[in-house]
Design a protein around this ligand. Structure first.
Ligand SMILES: *[C@@H]1O[C@H](CO)[C@@H](O)[C@H](O)[C@H]1NC(C)=O
Ligand SMILES: *[C@@H]1O[C@H](CO)[C@@H](O)[C@H](O)[C@H]1NC(C)=O
Length: 285
């Protein structure tokens, strides 16, 4: 047993040295159980000065794929800011909510531009105050949590910031990778594929929101499966809001009405649906 521990410790010392971790504390607690605290370096110099490139540094872009990537044994160098230091602390809250941080996306395509971000912010502020809050039969003061199923830059969540609720922002894995921008705004979020079940058990939501995602989902999975997943996550008596083209709205409306939701189509681009307490008859009669 003792020999095994010594071997393990020796292997740990070799490994942590090779990945540039510094030993900060090596001690025993009051039960004489050994404790070691390691610290990862703040600059990249140690990695590049290693005699053996083992484990190797990751090559090229393979560290940046955020979805369904198998575990890799290479080391990813921390991204450094232009000054060469580690990433600086973001602008303080709440200013950062409406600022698109320049370091928050490495993607230089115009889709990610400041102009697009600003017009998205403006668009959601307008929609929330003029349509969602005033025209929909949704009791906002009873809503504690919301999930935006296709969050984009997080503009929907940002427009709800003054309300006493929180929003889970979901970035579908095949949409532009905006999660770094969402986190830099001080919001929370995850990646997901809505053709698979969402890992939320046992949490349920008061409002689910999906904006222009259904078409791309319907190419890969059945709209009934998506509706069943929405129904699973939603509390009874609570709301699902869909923004989409009228064809998609009508398809989803049919499915939700068959589940005894109360639905309304507004402005030919919104479906507001309220889940009832109805459940299918499980006796089979
Ligand atoms: C809206 O929700 C609040 C809080 O749950 C409740 O007190 C109020 O009666 C509700 N309003 C309507 C019109 O249902
Ligand atoms: C940048 O974003 C666009 C739009 O989502 C995408 O098509 C492109 O592949 C991205 N480029 C990189 C380098 O990630």
């Amino acid at each position: 047993m003792l020999i095994r521990c010594v071997q393990l410790l020796a292997a740990m010392v070799t490994l942590t040295k090779s990945i540039c971790w510094r030993t900060v504390v090596k001690s025993k607690d009051i039960n004489r159980i050994g404790v070691v605290i390691y610290q990862k370096p703040t600059s990249n110099s140690c990695y590049t000065e290693r005699k053996n490139n083992e484990p190797p540094l990751c090559s090229g872009s393979n560290g940046h794929s955020p979805w369904y990537t198998p575990l890799d044994s290479c080391l990813l160098l921390p991204a450094l800011s232009k000054s060469g230091a580690g990433n600086s602390w973001p602008i303080s809250w709440p200013e950062r909510l409406n600022i698109r941080s320049s370091t928050s996306s490495e993607n230089s395509s115009t889709w990610f531009s400041q102009e697009n971000f600003d017009s998205d912010t403006k668009n959601w502020n307008g929609l929330i105050s003029e349509v969602y809050s005033s025209e929909f039969a949704v009791n906002w003061s009873s809503i504690r949590n919301v999930m935006d199923m296709n969050a984009g830059f997080g503009g929907f969540a940002a427009s709800l910031i003054d309300r006493p609720l929180w929003v889970m922002n979901v970035v579908p894995f095949d949409q532009p990778d905006t999660l770094p921008i969402i986190f830099n705004r001080g919001l929370i979020g995850v990646y997901h594929d809505w053709c698979e079940s969402f890992n939320t058990y046992p949490r349920t939501y008061d409002l689910l929101h999906m904006s222009y995602l259904l078409q791309s989902l319907a190419n890969r999975c059945d709209i009934i499966e998506i509706a069943a997943e929405i129904d699973r996550i939603l509390r009874p008596g609570r709301w699902f809001v869909l923004q989409d083209n009228i064809g998609m709205i009508r398809k989803m409306d049919r499915v939700l009405r068959s589940l005894h939701y109360k639905t309304a189509i507004m402005r030919r681009q919104f479906l507001v649906a309220r889940k009832s307490f109805w459940r299918p008859d499980s006796t089979g009669s």
